[in-house]
Every structure is written in structure tokens, then in C-alpha cells.
Design a protein around this ligand. Structure first.
Ligand SMILES: [Fe+2]
Ligand SMILES: [Fe+2]
Length: 499
């Protein structure tokens, strides 16, 4: 996703003209509602301009911001705002942020010193949430909208002076932008909490310049504004983390922190894998390490790849003994001996269906579940197919192919490649860098020629980068060379491992 970048990554989205128009119209209507509808002491036009002038200006501003939002959606090909639920989430955040500004400012402007309280309000939390759940660009857009709404509202209030307008603009813009940058860089919950101090520092710096502009300026205001900025920063970070945790699942979004936590060894499913299928667990860990290293090199979603790598073979928990990595090397009985090639293939295929089932029971996010069918795509277990071919030259290859689909993202393609490379290099007796490079190249070439990367956005440059990254990681992982028992380095078993 980072989606955190946070969400699931490419394929990129081309929004329809209808969706773009609807998004712009909804944003406009929401803003008109927030700016124009309130009455009584909250009504517009309480200073020198007439109410009708303010209403017309509010409508113009709302239309302008609606067009800006539509332009954002039209130009943003990332999937952050794809689907009606995400668009709805944007509208929910839009209402929450701008309504807070609209209601609080008139109530706080009885005397200008009360605006210090506005500096303390954790409005930046919404920019943080928008960035985590909908992407960096959308976070910046939401800050831009709320800054202009804040400036408009404060300017419409009686006795507001230029210094107040600058103060409101600086607070919302400084806080919102810094919150988005904090969210962009955060990998763990603690990063957000530490980021609270960054948000506070940026707000203080932004606001400090506006204070001396005020007619009622007193130097002691620096202290009160400093305290207010600190409250804002810390509250924005903690409230923001709370809100995005509550909102992420109902809106079908997986956050980066959630992905990090999923891939931790202590989770129930991974512990179960460690106990019941230790070989598969070791393989999954190696695949996750390898694939996430490749993801870092080509700019794919590292956390998503790591989580996907950890769970890609979870279906092997169902019948662990049928998979070479879980059998003792001196174990004489091979359960496949009692089956013909097609039966063995069906058992191997079963780990995909069972894996999806198990992952759903454990409530794993759909973005992670996709790795289970896509890491095999529509490949086939070569060992059993070749053996069947020896017996019957007319055997139908399609019967041996996994149901797929082939990888639909660079992330699942990375796990497909890492899966093949890890098993092949582990089983090879020669792990010199030349040999490892040859293995990696042949795995990638085979899958490429088989059409497995036809539905994802891997470029030739990505493939070259992956080859280099995987080779150096695998050479480092298997150095110094350890003698493996004969049985494991046998090429037949290697092929069986490509289940
Ligand atoms: Fe597998
Ligand atoms: Fe695997």
C-alpha cells in the first residue's frame, strides 16, 4: 500500500470523469454547508462586510476548493482515493477538520488572546490521518483546504486583525504540513509520538513571526503560544494515531504500522507456523527478508512485501510433511511416494486454497492475502509435471498449473521471485556468487517467459536491480558455505520444493 504509502501499491488508477466530478461536487457542497449554513453568532458577515457578500465569497471559495480537489483526484494515479469508501473517508475528514475550525474560531475571538487556545487545538491530527490513510498528496490537499477555510473564517469575524489571519494560517499550515511529513516517515507508533515534538516545533516557529504583528502583542505571549504549540503537537500525534487505527479497517485500509506488527514473530499464526512447520517458517522468513530487500531497491512497498512474504505459504500448516523443508533429512518415508504425480500436484495446489482460508480466519488484510495465490501465479510444479510427462507425453500441462492469478503488483511479483530463488539457492551445492547469479537469472527468465509478470508493473530496470539485490543478499546469507546433507541438495527435492 505506503499506502501506509500506506495502502496497497500499483496497479495505478485512472478515475472516471464521473468519479472526479462527484468528488469535486461533494467537496464543494460540504464546504458551502460548513461556511454558509451556521447561524447566530456563528453566521458570516459579522464585521464590516454584509452577510450576502460573505456568503457569495464563501460559495466562490468552496467551488474553487472543489475544483482543486477534483484536479487532485484526476492527476493522482495512486490508489489512495480509489473506491467509494476512500472518497467517503476524505469527506468525513474534510467535515471533521473544517467544522472544528468553523465552530472554534468565532467562539475564541472574543479577545485576541484566546486565539492561543486555537494554537493548542489538535487540528493537525486530521492531516496526519489523511496522510496515513489516503496518502501524502491528499494530506497536503486537506491542509491547503483547511488553511484557506481558517483564513476565510477568521477574516469574516469582527475585530479580527491581520496578525490573527497570519496566526491562523501559520498554525494550520505549519501543523498540517509537519504532520504529513511525520506520517510519511513514521514506521512505528513511537515515530508518530516523537513526531509530536516536530509538529509542535514547526507550529511554534510558524506562529512566532505573526505574534509581533498584533496590536496587543506582549513578549510573554511567546511562552503561552509555545505551551499551546506543544499541546497541539503531542495531542495531534496521539489523537491522530487513535483516529487512524479506528478508521483504517472499516475503510478497508491497511497502515504501515499494522503491517509491521503483522510480520512480528510473536503473532499467533506465525508462532503456530514456527511450532508446526518450522522449515516453512524459516523459508518464509528468508523469503520475506529477500523480497523486502528487493522492494527497498526498486521503491516498492517494503512493509507490505515483508508481511506478504511471511504469510505466503501459511497454507502448508495444513499438511506440513508434504513439503520438503519440513521433513527430516533422514526421514525415509516420503508421503508423495504413495501418490501419483497429479495427486501430489493437487496436494501442493491445496496449500494455496488452504492458505487463503486460514488467512481469512485470522482476519489478515486482503492486501496480504493476495500474496498467497499470486506467489505461484499460474506456474506448475516442474518436478511432478516432468515425471508425468515421461509416463505420458500427451499429458495436459494445464492440469498441473496453479489456479493463479499471476502477480498483479510488483510486490507479489517480488515474493514470487524470492520464493523461487530462496528454495533453489538453499538446495544448490554451489553457492558461489556466479552460480547464485545464474540461479536468480534463470528463475526470473523462466517466469518472465511463462507470462507470470504480464499483469504487473515490473520494468526491465526493476528486474536488473532485483537480480543484483537478490544475488548479493543470497551470497551474504549463505556465506560461509555450510555443507548440507546430500538429500537436500538433490535436484529432485529442489524441484519438489517449488511447490
Ligand atoms: Fe508456496
Ligand atoms: Fe514458498
Amino acid at each position: 500500500m505506503s499506502e501506509l504509502k500506506l495502502a496497497f501499491s500499483p496497479p495505478s488508477i485512472n478515475h472516471s470523469k464521473f468519479t472526479i466530478s462527484l468528488f469535486g461536487i461533494c467537496t464543494t457542497i460540504v464546504l458551502i454547508g460548513i461556511l454558509v449554513l451556521p447561524s447566530g453568532s456563528l453566521a458570516l458577515g459579522t464585521n464590516s462586510l454584509s452577510e450576502i457578500n460573505w456568503i457569495l465569497t464563501a460559495i466562490c471559495l468552496s467551488v474553487l476548493l472543489g475544483v482543486l480537489s477534483a484536479a487532485h483526484l484526476a492527476s493522482d494515479a495512486s490508489p489512495n482515493l480509489s473506491g467509494i469508501r476512500r472518497l467517503l473517508l476524505f469527506i468525513v475528514l474534510l467535515i471533521a477538520t473544517n467544522l472544528s475550525i468553523r465552530v472554534s474560531l468565532p467562539l475564541l475571538t472574543e479577545s485576541s488572546s484566546d486565539l492561543d487556545i486555537f494554537v493548542a487545538l489538535p487540528i493537525s491530527a486530521f492531516a496526519l490521518v489523511a496522510t496515513v490513510l489516503l496518502g501524502f498528496n491528499t494530506g497536503i490537499l486537506s491542509t491547503l483546504i483547511s488553511s484557506l477555510v481558517g483564513v476565510f473564517v477568521i477574516a469574516s469575524l469582527p475585530n479580527s486583525e491581520a496578525a490573527d489571519v497570519v496566526l491562523i494560517f501559520s498554525t494550520i499550515t505549519g501543523g498540517g504540513l509537519s504532520a504529513s511529513f511525520v506520517a510519511l516517515g513514521a514506521k512505528r507508533i513511537n515515530d508518530y509520538l516523537r513526531g509530536g515534538f516536530t509538529i509542535a516545533g514547526v507550529i511554534l516557529l510558524s506562529v512566532a513571526f505573526s505574534l509581533p504583528l498584533s496590536r496587543e502583542f506582549e513578549p510573554s505571549q511567546f511562552i503561552s503560544v509555545g505551551v499551546a504549540a506543544m499541546i497541539n503537537g503531542l495531542l495531534s500525534a496521539t489523537v491522530g494515531v487513535g483516529i487512524y487505527n479506528v478508521l483504517s479497517r472499516p475503510f478497508g485500509i491497511i497502515t504501515r504500522v499494522e503491517l509491521m506488527e503483522l510480520a512480528q514473530p510473536g503473532t499467533r499464526l506465525l508462532r503456530q507456523m514456527q511450532e508446526q512447520a518450522p522449515g516453512t517458517y524459516a523459508h518464509a522468513t528468508a523469503v520475506a527478508d529477500l523480497a523486502s530487500r528487493g522492494a527497498a531497491e526498486i521503491g516498492a512497498d517494503e512493509q507490505l512485501v515483508r508481511a506478504g512474504g511471511m504469510f505466503h505459504d501459511v497454507g502448508k500448516l495444513f499438511r506440513p510433511d508434504f513439503f520438503i523443508e519440513n521433513r527430516d533429512t533422514d526421514q525415509s518415508e516420503n508421503p508423495h511416494d504413495a501418490l501419483d504425480e497429479l495427486q501430489s500436484t493437487r496436494v501442493l495446489h491445496g496449500h494455496v486454497a488452504k492458505g487463503i482460508e486460514r488467512a481469512r480466519e485470522e482476519n489478515l488484510p486482503e492486501a496480504v492475502i493476495r500474496f498467497i495465490p499470486e506467489h505461484h501465479g499460474t506456474t506448475y510444479p516442474a518436478f511432478f509435471y516432468r515425471r508425468a510427462l515421461e509416463k505420458d507425453p500427451n499429458i495436459d500441462q494445464s492440469k498441473f498449473r496453479y489456479p493463479g492469478p499471476a502477480p498483479r503488483s510488483r510486490e507479489t511479483a517480488l515474493v514470487m521471485i524470492a520464493d523461487g530463488c530462496e528454495a533453489a539457492v538453499r538446495a544448490s551445492s554451489d553457492r558461489s556468487s556466479d552460480q547464485v547469479l545464474a540461479i536468480v537469472k534463470s528463475i526470473i527468465r523462466d517466469r518472465l517467459e511463462d507470462g507470470q509478470f504480464d499483469n504487473c508493473d515490473l520494468t526491465v530496470r526493476d528486474i536488473r536491480t532485483i537480480e543484483k539485490a537478490f544475488t548479493s543478499a543470497l551470497v551474504a546469507a549463505y556465506h560461509p558455505r555450510i555443507e548440507y546433507p546430500e538429500d537436500v541438495s538433490n535436484s529432485d527435492n529442489l524441484l519438489r520444493d517449488q511447490d
